[in-house]
Design a protein around this ligand. Sequence first.
Ligand SMILES: NC(=O)c1ccc[n+]([C@@H]2O[C@H](COP(=O)([O-])OP(=O)(O)OC[C@H]3O[C@@H](n4cnc5c(N)ncnc54)[C@H](O)[C@@H]3O)[C@@H](O)[C@H]2O)c1
Length: 286
Amino acid sequence: MNGKKVCVIGMGVMGSGIVQVCAQAGYDVSVVSRSEESLKKGLEKIKSDLLRLTKKGQLKQDEVDVMVDAITANATASLGDGAKGADFVIEAVYEDMELKQEIFRELDKICPEHAILGSNTSTFPITSLAAVTKRPDKVIGVHFMNPVPLMKGVEVIKSLMTSEDTLSKTLEFVHSLGKETVTVKDSPGFVTSRMMCLILNEAVKMRENELASVEDIDKILRLSFNWPLGPFQLLDLIGIDIVVAVLNTIYNETGWERFKPAVLMTQMVRAGWTGRKAGKGFYEYT
Ligand SMILES: NC(=O)c1ccc[n+]([C@@H]2O[C@H](COP(=O)([O-])OP(=O)(O)OC[C@H]3O[C@@H](n4cnc5c(N)ncnc54)[C@H](O)[C@@H]3O)[C@@H](O)[C@H]2O)c1
């Protein structure tokens, strides 16, 4: 990468994790958050994660204070202020194509010519984001996994227009965060979302068919496959709205019936029961 300034857009579940790993790797991070509430929540989450690392002896308290102060000082609601001078941008806003395209159009105008524009989208074609900019060769997918500080793998998605130079700089950047990468072709859901959402959708369909309770489906799959979380726990962690959005994108792009979201999930999204972040999903959270 050419420089050390990273801008993360969105401070939700993923954005806050990405901000944390970039700060820990020594990057100068700015955060663009349009919601006061998610900024506050994200900062609290980062703080408590970093404090946990001090207890394990991996960080010192004064290092945590410096990181948290720097992130807080560089948080802004203005895309112009946050992205100005950035070398690498990672967009992590809602899974909404119009919103993401609007942000990419703006970023293209604001960011220095050399800046790479990355998206953490779970499923949208990177080509559709690249196409709204005048630098399609510098647009790339950087798909982190949840929870970002813990999960080692990152899918890097190369669109038809992404240059080899952008790919190699992105791989270098992601490796500098202590992550491992796999480069994937631009295809709906890539590898991870396509596989994971199919399994999660099937679990909800099993529940709709009353094969077993939510708790029991989770329990038997955890015990049988050694999964750390059952599918409903994972749905609540990822966000049911995100999973429905991913399924809809894959279904609409491919017409593959197996990706049509289970009705129950769509209804839960309408009810606002989107999982942990909402306090209620398949389980309740206090
Ligand atoms: N949740 C997961 O497990 C997961 C995993 C991998 C990738 N993703 C992808 O990451 C992206 C973010 O997902 P998330 O789970 O963090 O969502 P989220 O709902 O937790 O957070 C989205 C954030 O975007 C912010 N936002 C919306 N519009 C904005 C704007 N114009 N400017 C700045 N901020 C804005 C919101 O305030 C919110 O904080 C999505 O594209 C999603 O598909 C999610």
